[in-house]
Design a protein around this ligand. Structure first.
Ligand code: UDX
Length: 461
């Protein structure tokens, strides 16, 4: 009876179009669908979503974002600028879309819209939803600890930590232990003040929502979640890790095609021996950094699987800067792909460490597979995530300073062999277990999801 009632409620979900945001939103859609809701995903016209036919149970609607080809193609070079454009250009198209959808509901459609769930970065959706009296929940795709830092931006500016000054990088941020000034979020964007304004606005619109959903779990981020509960007068729902609600790979939402040949290569390597290297879907590096990485990996003597996204080395299409014969000389010890089936790779017994940029999805995926991390954070929330990985959860080590082949070689060794490596591995396996328990009946994320489902039913549009 209860399930039948639930089937008649529809949720409207709107992801930000970037990979690190699309993936958790579609995973959330799966979670809520399997809890009896109908799902409509609204996306913006300049961006594709992964293979729509693999989501036969969802309805997809595209709204115009009026981006030129140039504006849309700059999504990886300046994601803040892109998001700011979407927050302006999508206002009218979303209004029209919601008017149509909600009118349909009044015309006797059984499938009533219960609420709108937006990526936190799309803060414009709050006023659009207010305008049509539709409750809005927010999905924050990053971690709660980094969000607490974003929520503290006005304080950090008032206390002089922001904008970050090179001369103060080693100073502790006493208001947010254990962070130092160098761990505060920074981003390359054409207008640094715009980043500050954007953060302040998306935090304010989260506060104005009916609740915030996190791809995290209580045991991982209890401190930040407790603080956020004090700061926000709305419910906070940590219901992650999202991808572990389902069997591996069943909710894959890669925007690029993964090269699965690396799995057969991994099959031939020894247990816990391979360093998997990937810096996510946005970060880019210079040619000099690329070469330091290549030599550091080669000199470490560990086998490595390296994702080099085409275009991610500034000024190059793909692997041109690599000295000729570089890979051949390694005698099969290294494997490079353009894009990997990351969840499957991290779950492979051969993988012993993940050298990552600490995007939140990658960080969580590594924890869930019990894989120690080498941290090279690039921008935004990644520096905060890396600090938690290395100094709070102690499940990885940070590659400090600039990328240098000797430093890389040493860090790889520290994370793969010796006492520190063992301690790190024990810690990450402990967190992996906690993540698993949180999703089981009676676990923290299980109960939080229960609360979310109940609360959605009590939201009245
Ligand atoms: C962005 C931001 O950079 C990040 O800081 C924020 O937390 C989320 O949005 P991105 O840089 O792409 O995301 O990193 P991440 O969050 O780690 O997401 C990357 C996703 O792509 C992961 O789910 C990962 O599994 C997937 N991936 C990555 C692949 O499937 N194959 C690859 O080869 C590399």
């Amino acid at each position: 009876m209860e399930k039948q009632k639930q089937k008649r409620r529809r949720l409207l979900l709107m992801p930000s179009p970037l990979q690190g945001h699309v993936t958790p939103m579609l995973q959330l859609a799966h979670i809520l669908h399997s809890n009896g809701f109908s799902i409509t995903v609204i996306y913006t016209s300049s961006f594709t979503l992964p293979n729509l036919s693999s989501y036969p149970n969802f309805t997809f609607l595209s709204i115009s974002d009026s981006l030129s080809e140039l504006e849309a193609s700059a999504s990886t070079s300046d994601p803040v600028h892109l998001t700011r454009l979407l927050n302006v250009r999508c206002v009218e198209p979303l209004k029209q879309c919601l008017d149509t959808l909600l009118k349909k509901k009044k015309d006797g459609d059984d499938d009533r819209v219960a609420c709108f769930i937006a990526d936190a970065a799309l803060h414009f959706t709050q006023s659009v939803c207010d305008g049509v009296k539709l409750p809005r929940l927010v999905l924050r795709t990053g971690g709660a600890s980094s969000f607490l830092v974003f929520a503290s931006f006005p304080l950090l500016r008032q206390e002089g930590y922001l904008p970050v000054q090179e001369s103060r990088l080693e100073e502790p941020v006493v208001e947010l232990p254990p962070l130092k000034v160098k761990d505060l979020p920074k981003i390359e964007t054409r207008d640094p003040d715009a980043f500050y304004e954007f953060v302040v606005q998306f935090v304010e619109e989260c506060k104005a929502s009916s609740g915030v959903i996190w791809n995290s779990f209580e045991e991982l981020e209890s401190f930040a979640l407790a603080k956020l509960r004090q700061l926000f007068s709305i419910p906070i729902y940590p219901i992650g890790p999202f991808h572990k609600h389902f069997p591996e790979g069943s909710t894959s939402s890669s925007l690029l095609t993964p090269d699965t040949s690396c799995i057969s290569w991994l099959d031939k390597q020894e247990h816990n021996s391979v360093v998997y290297v990937s810096f996510g879907s946005i970060a880019s590096i210079t040619e000099a950094e690329f070469l330091e990485i290549a030599w550091g990996l080669a000199n470490s003597m560990q086998p490595f699987l390296w994702v080099v996204r085409p275009g991610s080395i500034r000024g190059s299409e793909w692997l041109e800067p690599l000295p000729s014969g570089f890979m051949e000389n390694l005698g099969g010890r290294g494997y490079i792909v353009k894009w990997a089936p990351q969840e499957q790779v991290l779950g492979h017994v051969a993988v012993g460490a993940f050298w990552t940029h600490n995007g939140w999805n990658s960080t969580l995926e590594s924890i869930c597979e019990g894989v120690p991390m080498i941290c090279s954070p690039c921008f935004a929330d990644q520096k905060v995530n890396a600090k938690y990985v290395s100094d709070v959860w102690r499940v990885g080590v940070k590659l400090e300073n600039k990328l240098d082949r000797e430093e890389i070689e040493k860090t790889i060794r520290n994370v793969m062999v010796g006492d520190e490596a063992k301690e790190i591995r024990d810690n990450v396996l402990d967190l992996k277990e906690k993540a698993k328990i949180s999703l089981k009946e009676g676990g923290s994320s299980y109960c939080s999801l229960d609360g979310l489902v109940t609360d959605i039913f009590s939201l009245e549009s």
